[in-house]
Design a protein around this ligand. Structure first.
Ligand SMILES: Cc1cc2nc3c(=O)[nH]c(=O)nc-3n(C[C@H](O)[C@H](O)[C@H](O)COP(=O)(O)OP(=O)(O)OC[C@H]3O[C@@H](n4cnc5c(N)ncnc54)[C@H](O)[C@@H]3O)c2cc1C
Ligand code: SF4
Length: 331
C-alpha cells in the first residue's frame, strides 16, 4: 500500500478545502476503496473521511426522499418510507454484498464502486484499458462470463457491479454534487458512462466533486415494484443478471412501467425500449416477452456470456408476470 494521510471533514466546506490536496480522495465506508488501495490500483495520498456528513433521509416537499450521501446501505434498506414507497430499492440493497459490508457501505460509495472484472484487479498480470489506457483488454479474448452484453466497446466489456444503482436508475434518481464551483444535479441514468474509447472515465463526477445526496422523486408506480438478482450462488455474489421493475396495470392494460437491468452493461441499464413496448399493452406473457426482446435486440454478447441474453429475457418476463399478479398492480 502506498503511504497516505487520513482526516475527517467537519462539514462540506471543510471537505472542499481538504480535497484540494493533490492526490486526495473522499472516503466513505472504505469497503471498495481500501481493497483497491491494497491492490495498488488506487493510490491516493490523502483520504478525506466524509462519513460524518449528510447521513439522514428526509421527505421532500413533493413526496419524494432526499438521501444523504453518507447514509449506510443497511439504514437505507430498513427505512420504512423506502420499504413502503420504493420496495425495489430495499430489495436491491439487501441483495448486495453481506450484512457486515452493508453496515459500512455508504450510498455515495456504492454509486462509485468500481468494476469487479478480474482482469482489472490483476494489476501485475493482465492487460486492462481501464487501469492503463491503451494497454488492451484481456477479458475480450479471455474469461468473460460475467461481462457486458449491452453498450460495450472494443476497449472494455466490464459491467457495473452495484445492485442499488439499478433500482435508482429505474426510479429516476438524481445525484446532488458540490464543489468549489457550486452545486449541481446529475440524473442517475446519465451519471455512469458507457466505456467507448475511454473506459477509464466511469462517471460524470469531477475529481474534486463531493456527492452530497441522492434524490428520489415521488413515483406512485414504485409501490408495486421489486428487484430480482440472478447469480451463481444465493448470497455474496455479484449479479449475472438483475432486474428492477415497477408496474401499474389498469383494466388489464399496462398503464406505467419502470425497468432497469444490472449485470449487463458498464452502467445500470435503464430499459427504455422495453418500457415503451409495454405501455398500452395487455399485461400478459406475450407483451412481457415482446418488451424483453425489444430491449435485448441490440445485445452483442461474446461466446462465454451469450447465455445472459436468454437469462435476461426470462428474468424480465418472470419479474413482470409477478408484479402484474400482485394485489397492488391494479391500483
Ligand atoms: C466481498 C464484497 C462483495 C460485494 N458484493 C456486492 C454486491 O453483490 N452488490 C453490490 O452492489 N455491491 C457489492 N459490494 C460492493 C460494496 O457494496 C461497495 O464496496 C460499497 O457499496 C462501497 O461503499 P463505501 O461507502 O464503502 O465506499 P468507499 O470504498 O469508501 O468508496 C468508494 C468510492 O466512492 C468515493 N466516495 C465515497 N463517498 C463519496 C462522496 N460523498 N463523494 C464523492 N466520492 C465519494 C471514494 O473516493 C471511492 O472512490 C461488495 C463488496 C465486497 C468487498
Ligand atoms: S473488460 Fe474493461 S475492466 Fe476488464 S480487462 Fe477489459 S478493459 Fe479492463
Amino acid at each position: 500500500m502506498t503511504p497516505f494521510t487520513y482526516s475527517r471533514a467537519a462539514d462540506a466546506a471543510d471537505a472542499m478545502k481538504r480535497i484540494g490536496t493533490p492526490g486526495a480522495k473522499f472516503l466513505g465506508g472504505g469497503t471498495n476503496l481500501i481493497d483497491l488501495m491494497r491492490e495498488t490500483i488506487e493510490r491516493p495520498t490523502a483520504l478525506i473521511d466524509v462519513t460524518g456528513l449528510s447521513d439522514t433521509v428526509t421527505d421532500t416537499a413533493d413526496g419524494g426522499l432526499m438521501i444523504g450521501a453518507a447514509v449506510k446501505n443497511t439504514a437505507l434498506a430498513a427505512d420504512r418510507r423506502v420499504r413502503e414507497r420504493y420496495p425495489m430499492l430495499t430489495r436491491a440493497i439487501v441483495a448486495g454484498a453481506s450484512a457486515q459490508i452493508r453496515n459500512m457501505a455508504t450510498v455515495a460509495g456504492n454509486l462509485l464502486q468500481r468494476t469487479r472484472c478480474t482482469y482489472f484487479y490483476d494489476a501485475d498480470g493482465a492487460a486492462c484499458n481501464k487501469r492503463n489506457p491503451g494497454q488492451g483488454c484481456d477479458a475480450i479474448g479471455g474469461f468473460h462470463r460475467y461481462h457486458a452484453i449491452l453498450g460495450a466497446s472494443k476497449q472494455c466489456i466490464a459491467t457495473h457491479p452495484s445492485d442499488m444503482t439499478v433500482a435508482l436508475a429505474a426510479l429516476d434518481a438524481v445525484v446532488h454534487v458540490q464543489s468549489d464551483e457550486g452545486a449541481r444535479r446529475i440524473a442517475l441514468s446519465d451519471f455512469h458512462m458507457l466505456p467507448g474509447a475511454h473506459p477509464e472515465r466511469e462517471t460524470q463526477l469531477g475529481e474534486k466533486e463531493l456527492i452530497t445526496a441522492i434524490e428520489l422523486p415521488p413515483a406512485d408506480v414504485a409501490r408495486n415494484s421489486t428487484y430480482r438478482k440472478v447469480r451463481d450462488r444465493s448470497s455474496y455474489a455479484f449479479a449475472l443478471i438483475s432486474v428492477a421493475a415497477a408496474l401499474k396495470v389498469e383494466d388489464g392494460i399496462v398503464a406505467e412501467a419502470r425497468l432497469a437491468l444490472g449485470g449487463v452493461a458498464h452502467k445500470p441499464w435503464r430499459a427504455v425500449a422495453a418500457e415503451a413496448a409495454l405501455i398500452g399493452k395487455p399485461a400478459d406473457a406475450a407483451a412481457f416477452t415482446a418488451a424483453a426482446d425489444a430491449e435485448l435486440a441490440s445485445a452483442a454478447p461474446l461466446p462465454l456470456n451469450a447465455f445472459k441474453v436468454e437469462l435476461a429475457r426470462r428474468t424480465i418476463v418472470a419479474v413482470l408476470a409477478g408484479l402484474s399478479a400482485t394485489p397492488g398492480a391494479g391500483r
